[in-house]
Design a binder for this molecule. Structure first.
Ligand code: PLP
Length: 378
């Protein structure tokens, strides 16, 4: 048996004719920076997210970072971030000179715990940056409510949530602005690095258009110190194909695999499967389970030829990247407990449902052994 965690070639093969055709179209155009492919993708992705603007940038980290720069976040400011996230969320903040202030997640949803936000708000807090982790939206009403009361801006990290919905509103259209990543493994993935900002705010959109392109709207007239982080037109062309022909369909396949896992794995004592609040419509970027003997199960699955990953093994506060800030084990116990017990099962859109069944069989067998069936707290 050989079930990879994620098959990145299968999406290419499924869409090969269309992707190859746009490759030749871009090659023949002679236009390789910004231009009509990027503009068309921006219109189409804004439409998809039901936002007024989309600005294509080089990657997801830059998308988040440039939103903060557009909001004039910098030294002396504080940005609330989840303690359990991919490190890019924190790096987007630290690169501005502002301080990333961690907020613990809700263990049930893995997402930032809205009830923990208030005690972390200080006179320097400017932004709350919730992450729709694993493809499921955060409890946004509570977050928007707190932001309104304390005059804070909400910036969504939607890098894992293309197409996810919160009470019928698409991820990306809930806060003031949102950053998306089109890293190849994301639900909408390019054939390389790519990212975008979506927003309904005209001023933020304009500023990000300038910032991504050396701070200039008119060539060689630089209004501010920008960066070079433009969405590549070839990647934009690939993304247009996948957005039009595949994203919703592939998200549906992820949903059906998640339902299948849930049907097979619910009811196992001491195995925690994802919790979906009634208002959430997740797109299952990842399917994350929790168990005490995580490493042992990962080994058993690996021995059986099944690829799994851990998202994420080291919480940002314990990573080398932030070691200068004096954080230690025990500072964010919920994030730490998740790092020690989470396991991501294969859930790519090209996973054969029969393979999901085989994976469930292995997990059931694993838990049938009483040495493995132990409580998470133990
Ligand atoms: C992937 C990801 C990013 C960064 O995106 P890149 O395109 O890899 O820079 C940021 N935040 C989260 C939550 C992500 O999963």
């Amino acid at each position: 048996m050989n079930i990879p965690f994620l098959d990145l070639k299968a999406p290419y093969h499924e869409l090969k004719d269309e992707l190859d055709a746009v490759y030749y179209r871009v090659m023949e155009s002679g236009w390789y920076i910004l231009g009509s492919e990027v503009e068309a993708f921006e219109v189409e992705f804004a439409q998809y997210c039901r936002t007024k603007h989309c600005v294509g940038v080089g990657n997801g980290l830059d998308a988040l970072h440039l939103i903060l720069r557009a909001l004039d976040i910098g030294p002396g400011d504080e940005v609330l971030v989840p303690s359990n996230t991919f490190i890019a969320t924190w790096l987007a903040v630290s690169r501005t000179g502002a301080k990333a202030v961690p907020v613990e997640p809700d263990v049930a949803t893995f997402n930032i715990d809205a009830s923990q936000i208030k005690k972390n708000i200080t006179g320097r807090t400017r932004v709350i940056m919730p992450v729709h982790l694993y493809g499921q939206c955060c409890a946004m009403d509570e977050i928007l409510d707190l932001a309104g009361k304390h005059n804070l801006t909400v910036v969504e990290d939607a890098a894992q949530a293309h197409g996810a919905e919160y009470k019928g509103v698409k991820a990306g259209g809930i806060g003031r602005a949102a950053g998306f990543s089109f890293y190849p493994g994301k639900n909408l993935g390019a054939m390389g690095d790519a990212g975008a900002v979506v927003t309904n705010d005209d001023a933020i959109a304009r500023k990000i258009r300038l910032l991504r392109n050396f701070g200039s709207e008119k060539k060689y007239y630089n209004e501010m110190q920008g960066v070079n982080s433009r969405l590549d037109p070839l990647q934009a062309a690939f993304l247009r194909v996948k957005l039009r022909s595949a994203l919703d369909r592939w998200n549906k396949r992820r949903v059906s695999i998640a339902e299948h896992y849930a049907a097979r794995l619910s009811g196992i004592k001491n195995l925690v499967i994802p919790f979906v609040p009634a208002w959430a419509k997740p797109v299952w970027h990842l399917y994350v389970i929790r168990l005490a003997r995580r490493d042992a199960l990962q080994q058993v699955l690996s021995d059986a030829g099944v690829g799994t990953l851990i998202h994420y093994p080291v919480p940002p506060h314990l990573s080398g990247a932030f070691s200068g800030l004096g954080w230690k084990r025990g500072d964010y116990p919920v994030a730490e407990a998740l790092a020690d017990t989470v396991l991501s099962l294969p859930i790519g859109p090209h996973l054969d449902p029969a393979d999901a069944d085989r994976i469930a069989d292995i997990i059931l067998q694993f838990f049938a052994d009483s040495r493995n069936n132990i409580s998470l707290e133990a």
